[in-house]
Write a protein that binds this ligand. Structure first.
Ligand code: HEC
Ligand code: HEC
Length: 261
């Protein structure tokens, strides 16, 4: 509850920022003809991100800015340029599309970010959303950590999880995990799927989710599987998606699912 409230107040202040910065749109358009446009646009994006409270949700206490956070039952993913656990595969255009519509070819917002999108970032001008995208892409990639090895396909949880995935998930997210642009999120190279703490995964599998509808994109629903699948089955299918298609992340245990019910 407290979280929803703070999300709303952040959303409101961001909306005010969007209006306040409407004047900067013309400035950005004028600047884009100049050689230094890149730097000016990035600076504009930084101003919007700083005043929008983005770091507050996307940074854990004591961690580097934008390196990701856990908000109750949702991961606020890393916004850094890491291809496996951040926005490394996203272009500035992908970021702008997500902020304005709640959807893009990789992701569909349905958690706390949905309120931020509805209340404020969907109202950003194209130039402001582009500026935020340019700024986030200008952030340095995090230092490469030790890369975990994916569990082998022969692991019992992986084998069980693959069966469940083919039967219950592939129709929407596709056998290759790539989903469908603007409708079913990609499970490949997704910071949500590879997050150290799989809180969004467990929550969404148990309870389902509804992605945000905006003027530009319709909402799609993720069914709840909590009623029809055991904790072990949910753990296995999540372990499978966390260790397939180039993903590598610790297995999810049945105990983690039980604790979240
Ligand atoms: C209230 C907390 C909160 C605030 C404020 C917030 N975010 Fe988010 N953000 C989240 C959460 C949680 C997610 C995960 C998806 C969801 O909630 O649907 C997310 C997802 C995202 C994603 C998609 C990441 C992915 O891999 O799917 C981007 C990009 C993003 N936020 C950028 C921003 C920007 C830019 C701002 C500031 C304008 C911002 N966020 C403000 C909580 C927040
Ligand atoms: C009827 C289509 C459909 C089926 C079947 C389905 N999903 Fe989804 N799924 C969605 C949609 C739509 C979303 C995005 C909306 C949302 O997050 O609220 C989503 C979101 C997700 C997410 C969150 C991704 C993110 O980046 O936030 C995960 C993980 C996921 N699904 C895994 C699964 C697994 C595992 C199965 C099978 C047990 C499955 N889904 C079955 C449609 C489906």
């Amino acid at each position: 509850m407290g979280q929803a409230k703070s999300a709303m107040s952040i959303g409101v202040s961001l909306a005010a920022v969007a209006i306040g910065f409407a004047a900067m749109v013309n400035y950005a358009a004028a600047q884009s003809a100049q050689p230094e446009a890149g730097a000016a646009v990035i600076a504009q994006g930084k101003t919007l991100v700083d005043s929008g409270g983005c770091a507050g949700c996307h940074t854990a206490a004591g961690a580097p800015a934008f390196s990701g956070n856990v908000l109750g039952t949702w991961n606020a993913p890393s916004l850094l340029n890491d291809p496996h656990n951040g926005l490394g595969t996203w272009t500035a255009d992908d970021i702008a599309a997500y902020l304005r519509t709640g959807h893009n070819r990789y992701a569909d917002a349905s958690g706390p970010m949905a309120a931020i999108i509805t209340g404020s970032t969907s109202k950003l001008s194209a130039a402001d959303a582009d500026a935020i995208g340019a700024y986030l892409k200008s952030l340095p990639a995090p230092a490469a950590g030790a890369t975990a090895a994916a569990l082998p396909a022969t692991d019992p949880a992986m084998a069980a999880g693959q069966h469940i995935y083919t039967d219950e998930c592939a129709a929407c997210h596709t056998e290759a995990g790539t989903g469908l642009a603007n409708l079913f999120p990609s499970l490949v190279a997704s910071p949500v799927v590879a997050a150290a703490q799989p809180v969004t995964l467990v929550h969404v599998l148990l309870h389902g989710a509804q992605s945000v509808g905006t003027a530009q994109a319709t909402a799609a629903a993720m069914p709840a599987f909590g009623g029809q699948m055991s904790d072990q089955q949910i753990a296995d299918v999540l372990t499978y998606i966390r260790n397939s298609w180039g993903n590598a992340a610790p297995a999810v245990t049945a105990a983690q699912v039980t604790a979240a019910r």
